[in-house]
Design a protein around this ligand. Structure first.
Ligand SMILES: Nc1ncnc2c1ncn2[C@@H]1O[C@H](COP(=O)(O)OP(=O)(O)OP(=O)(O)O)[C@@H](O)[C@H]1O
Length: 296
C-alpha cells in the first residue's frame, strides 16, 4: 500500500510547504552539523554502514507494520527491499527520512540511525535530514513548471545558494537527461515522456546533493525501455550515492542491487544478505518460498 498523495513532499499543500520552510529557517546549525559527516564515501574500500535500524517497530494506530527490524545498510551500494504486498517495505523506506512524520497514525519505536545519529532524536530537523536523504516516488510527479524550475525547486525550498544554472545542469547530467532536454529547459516538465519525467524527478532529488536516495518502486509505472534506462541510471548513481529501493520486481532487485532485504508479512525482516546469496541460496525456507513464487 502506498500513500503518495499523503506523504509525497511534492504533493504537499502550501501550508505544509510553508511549515517545512519555516522549520528550515529555524533549524539549529549544531543539529545540522551533527548529521553532516562531510563524506559520503567509505575509506580504503571498506564497507561503511550509513543507515542502521535497531529494534525498529512501527505502528499505524493499533496495527503493527514493522517488527523489531535490525538492518545495516552499506554506503554507496544499492540495497533492494522486497517482500509481499503490505509487509512494510514502504513504511521502512519512509522511516529513513521521516516521511512517516506526515502520517498522524504512525508511531515509531526503536532507533533509526543515519551516520550514527538517531533521526528520531528531538534535535534532528526533518528538513535538514531530507536534504541529505532524497526520495523518488512510484509515479513520476513533476510539477507543472519548466524542466529547469523542477530541478531548481529543491534548491529554493532548502535555501541552497549557488550557481543554479551549473547545479541544474549537473543534476540533469547525473540523471542521464541533459542531452535530451538541454535545448528545452524552459518547456514544461509535464511534456516529457514518462521515463524522462522519472529521470527529471531523480534530477530534482539529487540537485540538493544528498548522500542517500530512497526510491519507492521508481520504475513500476514505466515501459520496459524506460525501466531499463532507470535501472542503468540507478547502478551509475550508486557510485556516488547510497541507494535504497523498494521494488515488487524480483528480477529487478536481482539485476541492480548489491544487498537485498526480504520483508515478510507482519513487517518482519526475514533475511538480509548479498543479493546473490538471497536469490541463489537463501537461509530460510520462507524466503526461498517467496523468491520462487510460492506466495507473494
Ligand atoms: N497511513 C497508513 N495508515 C494506516 N495503515 C497503514 C498506513 N500505511 C501503511 N499502512 C499499513 O501498514 C502495513 C504496511 O504497509 P506498507 O505500505 O508499508 O507495505 P508495502 O510492503 O510497502 O506494501 P505494497 O507492496 O503493497 O506497497 C499494511 O498493513 C498497511 O495497510
Amino acid at each position: 500500500m502506498t500513500q503518495d498523495s499523503m506523504t509525497n513532499p511534492d504533493s504537499r499543500t502550501d501550508s505544509q510547504s510553508t511549515d517545512l520552510e519555516r522549520s528550515n529557517q529555524t533549524s539549529d546549525p549544531l543539529v545540522d552539523s551533527s548529521i553532516d559527516t562531510g563524506q559520503s564515501g567509505g575509506s580504503g574500500g571498506e564497507t561503511r554502514t550509513v543507515i542502521e535500524s535497531r529494534d525498529l517497530d512501527v505502528f499505524y494506530d493499533e496495527t503493527q507494520a514493522l517488527q523489531s527490524v535490525d538492518i545495516e545498510i552499506p554506503a554507496e551500494k544499492v540495497t533492494a527491499i522486497i517482500g509481499p504486498s503490505g509487509c512494510g517495505k514502504s513504511t521502512f523506506l519512509r522511516c529513513i527520512n521521516r516521511m512517516n512524520d506526515l502520517v498522524d497514525a504512525a508511531r515509531i519505536e526503536g532507533a533509526l540511525n543515519f551516520e550514527g545519529k538517531n533521526v528520531y532524536d528531538d534535535d534532528v530537523d526533518p528538513v535538514v535530514l531530507r536534504r541529505k536523504i532524497g526520495m523518488v516516488f512510484q509515479s513520476p510527479n513533476p510539477f507543472p513548471k519548466s524542466i529547469y524550475d523542477n530541478v531548481a525547486y529543491g534548491l529554493n525550498v532548502q535555501g541552497i545558494e549557488g550557481d543554479y544554472d551549473a547545479i541544474v545542469e549537473k543534476a540533469l547530467r547525473r540523471a542521464a537527461l541533459w542531452d535530451e532536454v538541454k535545448d528545452q529547459l524552459d518547456s514544461s516538465g509535464l511534456d516529457l515522456s514518462g521515463g524522462q519525467q522519472q529521470r527529471l524527478c531523480i534530477a530534482r532529488a539529487i540537485a540538493p546533493d544528498p548522500d542517500v536516495l530512497l526510491m519507492d518502486e521508481p520504475a513500476s509505472a514505466l515501459d520496459p525501455v524506460a525501466t531499463s534506462k532507470i535501472e542503468d541510471l540507478i547502478e551509475e548513481l550508486s557510485e556516488e550515492y547510497t541507494v535504497v529501493i523498494v521494488t515488487h520486481n524480483m528480477q529487478q532487485a536481482a539485476r541492480i542491487s548489491d544487498k537485498t532485504a526480504v520483508f515478510l508479512t507482519g513487517g518482519e525482516l526475514a533475511e538480509f544478505d548479498n543479493t546473490d546469496k538471497i536469490f541463489e541460496n537463501p537461509e530460510s525456507q520462507r524466503v526461498e518460498d517467496y523468491i520462487t513464487g510460492k506466495f507473494g
